[in-house]
Design a protein around this ligand. Structure first.
Ligand SMILES: [Zn+2]
Length: 183
């Protein structure tokens, strides 16, 4: 059985804060504001994973009001989420996420984000995808007032995991499989 979940998160940008995305510190004059390190990407992934397991959301498990989460690395929250999933016999199947940021240019940091996130999630790097897009100057995100992130995650029951082949490399798309494009 596979379960899917989605997560979305927003944080404001301000001077005097570090910018941490996917557990990686990104060089920037401004950083995200939040109770933890405000790692918007990791928060969206936490919410996608919690959603897939029908475990509510990150705010329920790690409330803003709790001093133990002040300035904490969000990778630690992700680690907690993984523990919750594992206790319920879930394992991560794949994660796909997108950061929506006007600046800075994130592409150089993405491989390291994938390495860190997949390490915490105990999956191969091929099971985690991080993308970045710009809002093209539109709205508050386009004015770089904040950064948003969205994620989708799928979970598989740990005892069924070996039966499910992720990214089946033996399966080559046959010409017959390709639908005719009417456009
Ligand atoms: Zn957040």
């Amino acid at each position: 059985m596979i379960k899917a979940g989605m997560g979305i998160d927003f944080h404001r940008l301000a001077a005097g804060r570090r910018l941490v995305l996917g557990g990686v510190e990104v060089q920037s004059d401004v950083g995200l504001v939040g109770h933890s390190d405000a790692d918007v990407l990791t928060h969206a992934i936490c919410d996608a994973l919690l959603g897939a397991a029908a475990l509510g959301d990150i705010g329920r498990h790690f409330p803003d009001s709790d001093p133990q989460y002040k300035d904490v690395s969000s990778l630690m929250l992700l680690q907690h989420v993984l523990g919750m999933l594992q206790r319920r016999n879930w394992q991560v199947n794949n994660v796909d996420a997108c950061v929506i940021a006007q600046a800075p240019q994130l592409a150089p940091y993405i491989p390291e984000m994938v390495t860190r996130l997949s390490g915490i999630l105990q999956v191969g790097e091929g099971a985690v995808n991080v993308k970045a897009t710009t809002p093209e100057g539109l709205g508050p995100l386009g004015r770089a007032e904040g950064i948003a992130a969205q994620a989708v995650a799928t979970l598989v029951a740990a005892d069924e995991a070996e039966d499910i082949v992720v990214g089946d490399k033996d399966h080559q798309t046959q010409e017959d499989d390709v639908p005719d494009v009417v456009d």
